[in-house]
Design a binder for this molecule. Structure first.
Ligand code: GDP
Length: 214
């Protein structure tokens, strides 16, 4: 094996080990004033309600019920924090854009999400989840603009990629890639994932493991 191949294999093994290790719920809050201490590099999972956020967190950490997969969209109203192996904090944010939420509730969740994203110094990267069938929508663009302004690095992650044909997926990746290039804080690579089929998880684990505390 070449040296490069050795290094790549090692990196993947380290990332897989991190995500296979302990991951514990530490804190849940709907109050921006009571977030947990910023002791570890933090990764936030953000996206529209029903985008597949809980399913992706569970698939990455190889757990069935760490994040609750919602049968009623819009149910998670708190930011939930999970500690991954004492090396990384994962923050699961409430989904936005739930059609049946009242205007007041929608505004309150948006305030919580935006206040967190703007003000969290330990936040190293935001994974902005996009349903592969829907592509980037206006509320997602609002989040991207905020992250540009706050200079918080974010990566776009397509979910439910199993619902597209390979041709459709390639076309969506091209469109979403164009969108990402218009944002100063966007990570250049777009991940295509399927929590259902376990697709695209390793590259995401590697991306996040690179940000973990050593
Ligand atoms: P959340 O509201 O963003 O946390 O989304 P959930 O993880 O609760 O998922 C919303 C719905 O999408 C559920 O019915 C899931 O079964 C479905 N879903 C999530 N991930 C996938 C996936 O990778 N493929 C498919 N086909 N469906 C998915």
């Amino acid at each position: 094996m070449t040296r490069e191949k050795d290094d790549a294999t090692e990196k993947l093994a380290v990332a897989r080990k991190l995500f296979a290790g302990p991951c514990d719920f530490v804190w849940g809050t709907g109050d921006i004033e009571s977030l947990p201490p910023q002791s570890l590099p933090e990764i936030a999972f953000v996206g529209r309600s029903n985008v597949g956020k809980s399913s992706l967190i569970n698939a990455l950490t190889n757990r069935k019920t760490l994040a609750r997969v919602s049968h009623t969209p819009g149910r998670t109203r708190e930011i939930n924090f999970f500690k991954l192996g004492e090396r990384l904090m994962l923050a699961d944010l409430p989904g936005y854009g739930y059609a049946k939420a009242s205007k007041a509730m929608a505004a309150e969740w948006q305030r919580l999400i935006f206040a967190y994203l703007r003000g969290r110094a330990s936040l190293r990267r935001v994974l902005l989840l996009i349903d592969a069938r829907r592509g980037v929508l206006d509320l997602d663009r609002d989040v991207m603009r905020l992250l540009d302004e706050a200079a918080v690095s974010f990566a776009l992650v397509l979910t439910k990629s199993d619902k597209l044909t390979p041709g459709e997926l390639a076309a969506t990746l091209a469109v979403v890639g164009d969108e990402a290039r218009r944002h100063t804080a966007a990570f250049p690579e777009i991940s295509a994932t399927s929590a259902l089929r376990g697709v695209g998880l390793d590259p995401l684990k590697e991306q996040l493991a690179a940000l973990a505390e050593h």
